[in-house]
Ligand binder design. Structure first.
Ligand code: SF4
Length: 377
């Protein structure tokens, strides 16, 4: 059955990290209350699309753990009032160490949150400082211990392939990561995104990225060492059995989702047309639009939607199921690919094809972008 999700973007953080290109703003002392504007946007989406069953809700950011419990609770109540929420709906909140204490974690759990995504990023204090994080490794360990008391489903984020990071250093970090009592891991290689402090440091020669061969070695080692405990299920994501992120899988499988909040995006297929929503990137513009009943929605061609699904689908270890692809994109997988080039990629063992699905081989993963460019018509 088709899955539907809701994403809520909370755009404030204690401080901007050096690598971050998400839409997030330092909030200073007070955390703005966006409840009423979220309510209005949820109402507008409900009037426009009225999605049926919701299988996942995700509070991302920014730092949504800065929201008051009351705010999270009211938003969830509102969603429950509007939509039918599936019994085992996955409800995730992103949490940063130093923004919660035990009471707040307990209250988040009581409010209905059943999965935490904890932004740890590193257990090395020098690396955390370099990344511009507000917490140290002790804060992270402490938050994780407290979270474990109240949550059965915890994910942790880490960043690696940092300038000056050696293979040995990353191996040591992975040893600690492997010991964590968590269900899910997201491990991202550092990307120097334009308009970030790291990008300026890179341009001015203050920092040098590690070599491509070292980052490839780190990636392959990561997949190998994590495999027995946390098998990889997407390029950067690893999970114990049955703890894959349902919310992210819905994005990657081409399901429907609405995005609430500054810069949030969504994709909806109403059975006839595909829609894309992309909210403004400033709080004032977003608020202004919602106050004036304006949703930032455009139609999207089935071909464009199918291309997005191909790109995301091949990042998953299970790859693309042709039936699901047709159901969600409304066109056949083979209509958007050059069959000669596709067969060539299969012959070269970058892709693995059978009657029901196509997936990327281990060899294909390291050159996936090039493989995708090659096969799309
Ligand atoms: S906490 Fe997350 S969203 Fe906020 S600045 Fe750091 S990386 Fe960006």
């Amino acid at each position: 059955m088709k899955k539907n999700s809701i994403y809520i973007h909370f755009p404030y953080c204690l401080k901007k990290c050096n690598y971050c290109d998400f839409v997030s703003f330092p909030c200073g002392k007070g955390v703005p209350d966006l409840t009423q504007i979220y309510f209005k946007e949820l109402d507008l989406y409900y009037q426009k699309f009225g999605l049926k069953n919701i299988s996942s809700i995700y509070f991302g950011g920014g730092t949504p753990s800065l929201m008051s419990v009351d705010m999270v609770e009211k938003i969830l109540e509102k969603i429950y009032t509007l939509y039918h929420i599936e019994k085992d709906c996955e409800i995730t909140l992103e949490v940063n160490p130093k923004t919660v204490d035990e009471k707040k974690l307990c209250d988040f759990q009581l409010s209905g949150i059943n999965r935490l995504s904890l932004g740890i990023q590193s257990f090395d204090d020098d690396e955390l400082k370099f990344l511009g994080r507000v917490h140290n490794s002790n804060d992270a360990v402490h938050t994780l211990e407290l979270a474990r008391k109240y949550f059965k489903n915890i994910s942790c984020d880490f960043i690696y392939a940092l300038p000056n990071q050696t293979m040995e250093k990353w191996q040591q970090s992975l040893e600690k990561i492997l010991l964590l009592d968590v269900e899910h891991l997201s491990l991202y290689q550092l990307i120097f995104e334009p308009k970030t402090p790291f990008y300026s440091f890179l341009k001015s020669g203050k920092i040098t990225p590690i070599s491509e061969s070292l980052s490839k070695k780190m990636y392959e080692y990561t997949n190998k060492i994590l495999k027995p405990k946390f098998p990889q299920y997407e390029i950067s994501n690893y999970a114990k059995k049955d703890f894959e992120s349902r919310h992210n899988l819905n994005y990657w499988n081409g399901g429907d989702y609405i995005g609430i909040g500054v810069s949030a995006s969504g994709r909806i297929f109403d059975g006839k047309k595909h829609f894309i929503s992309e909210n403004p990137k400033t709080v004032s513009e977003w608020k202004n639009n919602i106050e004036n009943n304006i949703l930032s929605i455009k139609t999207l061609s089935a071909k464009k939607r199918a291309e997005e699904m191909l790109i995301m689908g091949l990042r998953k270890n299970k790859g693309i199921n042709f039936t699901e692809f047709k159901q969600n994109s409304s066109i056949n997988f083979f209509d958007i690919v050059d069959s000669k080039k596709l067969n060539n990629m299969v012959d070269k063992k970058f892709l693995i094809l059978n009657n029901l699905s196509i997936r990327t081989s281990v060899k294909g993963k390291s050159v996936l972008d090039a493989v995708i460019r090659e096969i799309i018509k």
